[in-house]
Design a protein around this ligand. Structure first.
Ligand SMILES: Nc1ncnc2c1ncn2[C@@H]1O[C@H](COP(=O)(O)OP(=O)(O)OP(=O)(O)O)[C@@H](O)[C@H]1O
Ligand SMILES: [Mg+2]
Length: 385
């Protein structure tokens, strides 16, 4: 539905050039919610502004719903009629709402309908219908100043839907909102995506947003897309940074001489039976040090950090068993917690933390020494299969 090919954007200021986009190839499928994440300055806003030609890309192409927008003349405020028409099929939601304070809620939603040339009666009917869709039917005559942030954003979304777009672009639409309001606005975007078959490209810096609503995600760094795919694809990609950030697991081994592994569940295998089968089959005690799991489409996905007694060599077979179940297994190079530790450098998801599953007989604990102490971040390391 949205495809960018080798998209570049270079901003030229008086004394220097800034490459905001450096060959971005992005593919957003019809009907999906696609999230773009990345640090400040990574080029996320530049990307979204190039997708609807608010900024003209320096090179590369943007295709939306089969139409090459970059082939149409103009850009920014000097768009040609063709470009304006194409753009009216792309809804845009902004972080700071951009509502006109002198107009009522209904008046704000009618604005793009005026530009489209609808009659007064048609405008009014359509605006009320859209306000109903976003749950604000009773606020039509209010002014923006009388609304909460979440309500203002709903007006922004209703206005973005006025041109009956197939695509909705959203740049940090929820970052000015509190967590609960964020959830309800995201739920609205998700509902619209399902009800109207709307394709949504949203930019965020919050991983929770991606987890809550996105089918797919891309990570941008320094003007490039460095990872992209469906959440399941990302989870099954060895070493995916996005997967790690979406499902962060922490937790240190209880003592030295243990093997810590991060197991990624892609949704094909159910968590609990696998862990307890492993414990029973090899007669080992398994401790869950941390877990970040979610149910997506009725399947359990996420990551879990577990601890096995003994060195890696002692655990080659159990680890092989996990891999045979189709799971991705990374051996985490993480030191045991110091005795007096109240160390909070790692965020430990408490879901299932410290649980011990199906205790078997004591496994060998006389393995190798734990990796170098003092290491604070868990470095997941792939070990040859
Ligand atoms: N109009 C502009 N003129 C010059 N440089 C710009 C312009 N807009 C953006 N940039 C630069 O381009 C780079 C990418 O900016 P962009 O706004 O796309 O980042 P972002 O990922 O949206 O960041 P944030 O998360 O802070 O919103 C930055 O270095 C920024 O300073
Ligand atoms: Mg931005």
């Amino acid at each position: 539905m949205i495809t960018t090919t080798d998209l570049t954007k270079v901003y030229r200021t008086r004394d220097r050039e800034i490459t905001a986009l450096d060959g971005v190839n992005l593919h957003v499928r019809e009907g999906e919610v696609f999230g773009v994440v990345g640090q400040s300055g990574a080029g996320k806003s530049s990307l979204i502004r190039c997708v609807n030609l608010l900024e003209r890309p320096t090179s590369g192409t943007v295709t939306v719903d089969g139409q090459d927008l970059t082939a149409l003349a103009g850009g920014g405020n000097r768009a040609s009629t063709d470009l304006r028409r194409a753009r009216s099929r792309i809804g845009m939601v902004f972080q700071h709402f951009n509502l006109l304070s002198s107009r009522t809620v209904q008046g704000n939603v009618e604005l793009p309908l005026e530009i489209l040339g609808l009659t007064g009666r048609e405008r009014s009917r359509k605006a009320l219908e859209l306000l109903d869709l976003v749950g604000l039917a009773d606020k039509a005559r209010s002014y923006p100043a009388q609304l909460s942030g979440g309500q203002k954003q709903r007006v922004g979304i209703a206005r973005a839907l006025a041109g009956e777009p197939k695509v909705l672009l959203s740049d940090e639409a929820t970052s000015a909102l509190d967590p609960e309001t964020t959830r309800s606005v995201l739920q609205l975007l998700r509902d619209l995506n399902r009800q109207l078959g709307l394709t949504v490209l949203l930019i965020t810096h919050e991983m929770d947003v991606v987890k809550a609503v996105c089918d797919s995600a891309a990570l941008m760094k320094e003007g490039r897309v460095v990872e992209s795919g469906t959440v399941a694809e990302l989870l099954s990609t060895q070493g995916s940074e996005l997967a790690r950030e979406l499902f962060p697991v922490g937790g240190r081994p209880s003592s030295e001489g243990r093997t810590v592994v991060d197991v990624t569940f892609h949704g094909e295998t159910t968590t609990e039976p696998v862990i307890s089968q492993l414990s029973r089959t090899y007669n080992v005690d398994i401790s869950i040090l941390g877990a970040a799991m979610d149910t997506v489409g009725g399947k359990q996905v996420g990551r879990m950090r577990i601890e096995l007694p003994g060195s890696f060599e002692d655990n080659v077979v159990p680890i092989g068993y996990l891999r045979e179940q189709g799971l991705t297994v990374d051996v985490a190079d993480v030191a045991a917690a110091p005795e007096d530790a109240t160390d909070a450098t790692e965020a430990v998801d408490t879901t299932g933390a410290e649980d011990t599953v199906d205790k078997g007989a004591d496994g060998g604990t006389d393995g190798e020494a734990a990796p170098a102490a003092g290491q604070q971040t868990a470095r997941a390391e792939e070990v040859a299969k």
